[in-house]
Write a protein that binds this ligand. Structure first.
Ligand SMILES: Nc1ncnc2c1ncn2[C@@H]1O[C@H](COP(=O)(O)OP(=O)(O)O)[C@@H](O)[C@H]1O
Ligand SMILES: [Mg+2]
Length: 574
C-alpha cells in the first residue's frame, strides 16, 4: 500500500517473553499451594504435637512464601503491561500508516478508525486480567496432582469439576464469537453515522436536521447495544454458573473428605487443604469465562494487526531515481471505483512534456478527478501504466512524491497545524524561503503576513478558520512548495476571485517556465489561459486531446463543454 520502506513488520519475537511468563506463572501457582501446606502442617503436626515453636516457625515460613507469591504476581503483571506498551510503540505507527491509506481504497473512516484501535485493544488486554487467567489455566494439573496425592478419590472429583468448567469455557468461546462479530459491525455502523453527523454540523443546524441525525444515531446505537448486551449476558450467565459450580465442588470436596476421614482414610488437615486447593485451582477458569469477551476481541485484533502488517511488508525497496525532467506518459489506463468496482475511466492515453500544461475539461461526473487520482496513484489503476520519465509510478519511493509532485485536491482540506506547516507539507526542516516563494507564487503571501500571527497562524481542524478561497490558495501554495516537477490542480479556481485567478495563471506559467508539467482541471476558461494542451474527459474517456489552439477557437468559450458534438476535435491520443 504505502511507498515508504520500513524494516521490521513482524509481530512475533515475543515468544521468549511468553516462555518466561509461563515459567513465572508456574512458580506463582506452586507458591499458591502455601495455604494448603500450611493447613496440613498445622492440623497434622502443630496441633498434634502441641508445639508453639513449630507453629511460629511454620507461620513465618508461610508468610515468606506468600510474600514471594505476591512479588511474582506483581512482576508478572508489570511484564505484561510493558509487553503491551512495547507492542504499542512498535505497531501503532505502522498500523496508522495503513489506516490513513484505507479511505483511498473505499473504506469508511469509521472502518479505518476501527482498525486503528486494534493496537489499543491488544495493549489493554495484555494489561488486564485476561492473560493472567490464560497463563494460570495450564497449571491446573499441579493442583490436581496435589489433591490426588491427598486422596485419589478427591483427585477424581476435582478432575470432574475441572472438566465441567472447561466445557463452560469452550461454550463461552462458541457463543461469544458469533455475537462479537456482529457487535463489531454494529459499532462500525454507529461510528460511521457519528462521523457523518459531526462533519455535517453546519448543514444539520441550518436545515433543522439535528433531531433526525440524533435519531439515526440512536437507532444505530441501539442495534450495537443489543448485541453488546447479549455478549455480556453470555459472559455473565456462564461465569455465574461456573462460580456456583466451583462453590458446590468445594463443599463436595469437604463432604467427601469428611466421609473419607470418618473411614479413617484422610486426616482433618487434608480435608481443609483439599478444599482450599480445589477452589484455587479452578479460579482461573472463572476468570477466563468472565474475560472471554476480551479474549475474543484481543485475538481478532491480533489477527488483524498481523494482516495489516503483512500488507506493509509486501513493499519492496526502492532505488532512488534521478529528479524527473522530461515527460509524463499515461498508457491505456483503466480505473475502477474502489468502493463499487464500477469502471470509471477506460483506456486513457496521452503524453505531456516538460514545460507543458494540460487543461482537463468536460462535464461534471465525466471522470476528470478520477483521471488525476489515477495519475497520482491515489486510486490504483486496473490496467495500464503512468510513467514519469519512463519509470512506472510504482517505482518511485514516497520521498519522490514529496519532492516532485504537487497536488491540490478538489475539496481542499488543510491539516491541523500552522499555515507554514501546511505549505511546507510538515517538513521536518522547513525552508522559509521556499515557503514564502510558494506563497508568493500562489498570490497569498500578502494575505498571510497581514494575519496577526502570519505564517505561524494555527488553522484549527481542517483549516476551517480560513475562507474557502483562502484555503484553496494555501492549498495551491502547498502544491507549489519546493518547485515540484508535476503539479496537479483539481478545479483550483472554484473559490477564487479575479485576483486569485490571476495568481493561478501566473503560477502555471511559472511552473512551465522552469520546465515542470501542470495538469489543471477547470470549469471556467479563465483558469486555463496559461495551458497549451487541452483534454476533454467525458463518460470516463479522454474524448479529445491536443494543442489548445487547434481544439478551441476563442469564439467557442465558455469552455464548459456540455455536448461533445459542439466542435470537431482531433482524436484522442492512443
Ligand atoms: N469514490 C467513488 N466511488 C465510486 N464512484 C465514484 C467515486 N468517486 C467518483 N465516482 C464516480 O466517478 C464518476 C466520475 O467522477 P469524477 O471523476 O469525480 O468526475 P469529474 O469529472 O466531475 O471530476 C462519477 O460518475 C462518479 O459518480
Ligand atoms: Mg472533479
Amino acid at each position: 500500500m504505502s511507498r515508504k520502506k520500513q524494516a521490521d513488520y513482524k509481530i512475533e519475537g515475543t515468544r521468549g517473553i511468553f516462555a518466561y511468563l509461563f515459567g513465572l506463572s508456574g512458580l506463582i501457582n506452586i507458591l499458591a499451594l502455601t495455604g494448603a501446606f500450611y493447613m496440613l502442617q498445622i492440623y497434622d503436626r502443630a496441633l498434634t504435637s502441641g508445639s508453639i515453636s513449630t507453629l511460629v516457625a511454620l507461620s513465618v515460613l508461610a508468610i515468606g512464601l506468600y510474600l514471594f507469591q505476591g512479588l511474582f504476581d506483581i512482576l508478572r503483571s508489570q511484564i505484561l503491561v510493558r509487553l503491551g506498551a512495547r507492542l504499542d510503540t512498535k505497531f501503532a505507527p505502522l498500523t496508522h500508516e495503513v489506516v490513513v491509506e484505507m479511505p483511498r481504497y473505499g473504506y469508511s473512516s469509521a472502518e479505518a478508525a476501527e482498525r486503528g484501535r486494534d493496537v489499543d485493544t491488544l495493549r489493554s488486554f495484555l494489561a488486564g486480567q485476561g492473560p493472567i487467567a490464560l497463563f494460570d489455566l495450564p497449571w491446573i494439573p499441579v493442583y490436581l496432582l496435589f489433591v490426588w496425592l491427598l486422596h485419589p478419590v478427591l483427585g477424581i472429583l476435582t478432575l470432574g469439576g475441572a472438566g465441567v468448567l472447561a466445557a463452560l469455557t469452550i461454550l463461552a468461546e462458541i457463543l461469544t464469537r458469533r455475537h462479537a462479530q456482529t457487535m463489531i459491525k454494529a459499532a462500525v455502523t454507529r461510528n460511521a453515522v457519528m462521523d457523518s453527523n459531526t462533519r455535517n454540523s453546519d448543514v444539520l443546524h441550518a436545515m433543522g436536521m439535528t433531531r433526525r441525525a440524533v435519531d439515526r444515531f440512536e437507532r444505530a446505537n441501539q442495534y450495537h447495544l443489543e448485541h453488546q448486551t447479549k455478549t455480556s449476558d453470555i459472559g455473565g450467565t456462564l461465569s455465574g454458573i461456573s462460580k456456583v459450580l466451583r462453590m458446590m465442588l468445594q463443599s463436595a470436596i469437604l463432604g467427601l473428605g469428611a466421609y473419607l476421614a470418618i473411614n479413617g482414610e484422610l486426616s482433618a488437615g487434608a480435608i481443609v487443604a483439599a478444599s482450599i486447593v480445589t477452589t484455587r485451582a479452578l479460579a482461573p477458569v472463572d476468570l477466563a469465562i468472565a474475560q472471554w469477551k476480551s479474549v475474543v476481541s484481543a485475538r481478532r485484533s491480533y489477527k488483524r494487526i498481523k494482516e495489516t502488517l503483512a500488507v506493509l511488508a509486501d513493499k519492496g525497496d526502492f532505488i532512488p531515481l534521478p529528479k524527473p525532467s522530461h515527460s509524463l506518459r499515461v498508457d491505456n489506463i483503466t480505473t475502477v471505483a474502489p468502493t463499487t468496482g464500477a469502471v470509471l475511466l477506460s483506456d486513457v492515453s496521452f503524453e505531456i512534456k516538460s514545460g507543458q500544461a494540460l487543461g482537463l475539461i468536460g462535464p461534471s461526473g465525466g471522470g476528470k478527478t478520477t483521471l488525476v487520482k489515477s495519475i497520482l496513484g491515489i486510486w490504483p489503476v486496473l490496467r495500464g501504466s503512468v510513467r514519469i520519465d519512463g519509470a512506472d509510478l510504482g517505482q518511485w519511493a514516497e520521498d519522490f512524491y514529496c519532492d516532485h509532485v504537487g497536488y491540490l485536491p478538489q475539496d481542499v482540506s488543510l491539516m491541523e497545524g500552522t499555515i507554514a506547516d501546511n505549505i511546507c507539507r510538515f517538513a521536518e526542516e522547513p525552508d522559509p524561503r521556499k515557503i514564502i516563494l510558494a506563497a508568493k507564487t500562489a498570490g497569498i503571501h500578502e494575505l498571510i503576513v497581514h494575519l496577526r500571527e502570519g505564517y505561524q497562524t494555527e488553522l484549527g481542524p481542517h483549516g476551517t478558520s480560513l475562507s474557502a478561497g483562502q484555503r484553496q490558495r494555501i492549498g495551491l501554495a502547498r502544491a507549489l512548495y519546493g518547485e515540484p516537477f508535476l503539479v496537479v490542480l483539481d478545479e483550483p479556481n472554484s473559490n477564487l476571485d479575479a485576483e486569485g485567478e490571476e495568481a493561478l495563471t501566473a503560477a502555471i506559467t511559472a511552473v512551465r517556465q522552469r520546465g515542470g508539467i501542470v495538469i489543471i482541471i477547470a470549469h471556467r476558461p479563465s483558469a486555463i489561459q496559461a495551458v497549451d494542451m487541452i483534454g476533454l474527459v467525458q463518460g470516463g474517456k479522454l474524448v479529445s486531446f491536443g494543442p489548445k489552439d487547434t481544439l478551441i477557437q476563442p469564439k467557442t468559450r465558455p469552455l464548459v463543454v456540455e455536448k461533445s458534438e459542439r466542435q470537431p476535435m482531433t482524436s484522442a491520443a492512443e
